[in-house]
Write a protein that binds this ligand. Structure first.
Ligand SMILES: C[S@@+](CC[C@H](N)C(=O)[O-])C[C@H]1O[C@@H](n2cnc3c(N)ncnc32)[C@H](O)[C@@H]1O
Length: 498
């Protein structure tokens, strides 16, 4: 691996990370795709028709599933293996003003085109929460944890692909989409619109904000919500800044950053830059600084970096380097201006919003209530605390009944979540075309599971009411166990009342 050093004050420090092009599974094994789970499409390669080899009509493409090599009838011509084969768009790595590092399109990108996979370590949701807190305590300002599904996240903080550098915008030109790739879900970054070369790439993080200092969003979009994560419920409940007639910019209580506090000592301005296959570093004059090993472990290179503030969004930049470079680092002239970034404990939700869909995971609710003035109600869906209720019930039988109802309800909820995860890629892929993209058989299963869950919730609540209400009525009488099962006669009573 060749190393380049710069002692000049014009370069800047980038915390090192390991560059990976596949998700790493640290807490569980990568799911091995079973033969019976492989769907073989009926496409046939026709040299005169580009779309024939797994284009948009391919059965697998329609369900956001990549074809499996060795099984696809189109063989090497199959165009539906972009994520697994890392068929990424050309990208330029750059320094932005106020938002740290970013990625630019290194070529014209078409609407709908796959750009790059968001790779990192696949970790459990619990671990993601734990790491977020550690990163915050360590003073890490940038958030790189993205949600993968209801139970897992991708952490690109220490290991990741170049997608980790794509910044947030409230009016983004890209979006995340989930794809089934060889038995696992992958998060791909796709263009929402045609993106000219040199434009900064961005997507809406849909931050799940749950603490830490609020960070002002510097995306520059006209529809900017003001802060990273401002649309998330956690943020709204904490600040009430998200109202219809909103005056969110006048919320004095929200601490903002003073960029002068964030300025680093200029002696420390070095670039330790991650490099991967096909990436070439260039100076602002387009002069190549060399190419680098493709399989380097810790991709840390020290490059001279000059930084220029980027004035407008989207950032149209002049390409100063040679054409036909696959990927490269772009360096710009300018003043040092370190990112005005804030600490936050947050996770980026990748496409977890279902927009107009009726189908949604059991834990998602679109019906967040508002007061008539548009202000968000502090709405927390209360869950019955069965343990607490049981602790106050004298009858073991009553406890068993409640616990069993709760188990049924939990099973129904996790079945619904599981089903939702299966159909989510199809829903999210085609969110603008309604949920017709979900196969009828899957939709039927989903409806059945939803009914089961509603019934289980109803059963639990009626069991609670039955046991508490009857017990309350009988409280003055000496305790006597019920003789028959039935609403009146099955009264299991509270020891002390609730
Ligand atoms: C996934 S990282 C993106 C890459 C990051 N800019 C870097 O230098 O590594 C996300 C972090 O970038 C910063 N960021 C991204 N978009 C931003 C925006 N629109 N406004 C302000 N900061 C932003 C925030 O610090 C955020 O936590």
């Amino acid at each position: 691996m060749s190393m380049l050093h710069s002692e000049g004050p014009q370069s800047e420090y980038l915390p090192p990370y390991k560059h990976i092009q596949r998700n790493e599974f640290s807490y569980r094994k990568h799911t091995k795709q079973k033969r019976e789970d492989i769907v073989i499409c009926d496409c046939q390669f026709n040299a005169n028709d580009q779309e024939s080899a797994c284009g948009e009509h391919c059965l697998n493409v329609l369900t956001s599933t990549e074809c499996t090599p060795g099984f696809c009838p189109c063989g090497d011509y199959c165009m539906n293996q972009r994520i697994q084969k890392c068929h990424y768009a050309k990208l330029i790595f750059c320094k932005t003003e106020g938002r740290g590092w970013g990625l630019l399109a290194g070529e014209d990108i078409k609407a709908g085109q796959f750009i790059i996979e968001y790779c990192g370590e696949v970790i459990s949701w619990k671990e993601a929460k734990r790491r977020s807190q550690i990163y915050e305590a360590e003073g890490l300002k940038d958030a790189y944890i993205i949600s993968l599904n209801a139970h897992e996240s991708i952490d690109a903080t220490r290991k990741g692909s170049l997608a980790r550098f794509i910044n947030h915008s409230c009016g983004p030109n890209c979006e995340t989409r989930k794809w089934n790739v060889l038995g696992e879900i992958s998060v791909g970054i796709f263009a929402k619109q045609d993106i000219p070369a040199g434009t900064e790439l961005s997507y809406d993080y849909n931050f799940e904000w749950y603490g830490g200092t609020k960070v002002r969003c510097l995306c520059g979009a006209s529809c900017c919500s003001g802060f990273l994560g401002a649309k998330s419920r956690g943020f709204q409940e904490a600040t009430y800044v998200w109202e219809d007639d909103d005056d969110r910019y006048s919320v004095e209580k929200i601490p903002l950053y003073d960029s002068t506090d964030d300025e680093l000592d200029s002696n420390f301005h070095k670039a330790i830059v991650p490099l991967n296959e096909g990436i070439t570093a260039v100076t602002e004059n387009g002069e190549s600084l060399g190419s680098f090993d493709t399989d380097s472990e810790m991709l840390s290179q020290v490059l001279p970096i000059n930084v220029e503030p980027l004035s407008s969004m989207p950032m149209e930049m002049e390409r100063k380097s040679e054409e036909n470079e696959p990927n490269y680092f772009y360096t710009q002239n300018a003043q040092q201006n370190l990112a005005q970034k804030g600490r936050m404990v947050s996770r980026i939700r990748s496409n977890s919003l279902c927009h107009n869909y009726q189908i949604q995971s059991s834990s998602v609710s679109n019906n967040t209530p508002h007061y008539p003035n548009g202000k968000l109600k502090n709405h927390v869906k209360r869950q019955a605390n069965v343990k607490l209720i049981c602790a106050r019930l004298a009858s073991k039988e009553a406890c068993h009944e409640l616990i069993s109802c709760e188990e049924t309800k939990n099973k129904a909820a996790s079945r619904l979540d599981h089903l939702y995860e299966q159909i989510r890629p199809a829903i999210e892929e085609r969110k603008r075309d309604s949920q017709d993209s979900v196969p009828t058989s899957a939709a039927e299963k989903w409806i059945e599971a939803t009914c089961d869950k509603i019934k289980a919730e109803f059963d639990l609540h009626s069991a609670i009411i039955k046991n508490i209400a009857c017990a309350a009525r009988r409280a003055p009488a000496p305790a006597s166990p019920p003789s028959e099962v039935g609403f009146e006669n099955s009264a299991k009573y509270l020891e002390n009342g609730l």
